[in-house]
Design a protein around this ligand. Sequence first.
Ligand SMILES: [Zn+2]
Length: 268
Amino acid sequence: MTARAAFILPAIAAVAATATLAAPACAAEPLPVLLDVLVAAHPQHLAGHDGANLIWKDGTRMPASDADGAKSFAALLQRPSIADQFAIPYPLGRAPSPPGTNEDPGRIRNENFFIKMYGDCRRGAVAPALVSTRWVAGTTLSATRINGVAGRLAAVARALEALPGDLAKFLAPPAGAYHCRAIAGTGRLSAHAFGAAIDVNARYGDYWRWSMAAGAAPAWKNRVPAQIVEMFERHGFIWGGRWYHYDTFHFEYRPELVALAKRVATQP
Ligand SMILES: [Zn+2]
């Protein structure tokens, strides 16, 4: 932790102060820095910010934080601000290993931000941007072309196919990309509802809800090789295997989280 802690966001402070959350690497950054990272990661739709509001290319302004103060982990998931999306640092480059309690980087999604970026599938607004894209072993996926997601998935497929070893079985057949649905057990839209996520082969996937005995804590397990994780991350996707509430065959396009992790790692 550095002097930047003085700028720590209330939500980050809430997470850090929660005894049940094992402390991840400190990545608290001033709000303008978080917004710089977010804008740079989404040049197609974001024009900039004024330090407090995100400014879209169509002129829309969205407040980046809210007046809710410190939030519980549940509140971060249910009603996060745009800045709260950065509340839990993404451990880029860490070897696959069990996350700390409630360490769920990327599961915090501001729904208005995602709907503005990709559309609301419940109103048919995502479908016009969907394209069929090539995946591994002759399979195809339906993903959004917004932010180049579909093209990036095709690039991940080409790169993974070029690696030695039998990786294809982990990747194909894919369990799906675009799907207009809520996250299981919640009313919140899944990243799949925006066409910006992919589930690879479910046969080698593990999901916290599948393995958790009623009332017990999630017991992390993973069969997805690190080379696959690394290749997705190189293209701006985060991995659900880095979540306490794990979903090891899930990847979603979150270049801002990858970019912030790189920035923190390269700072003196
Ligand atoms: Zn998924």
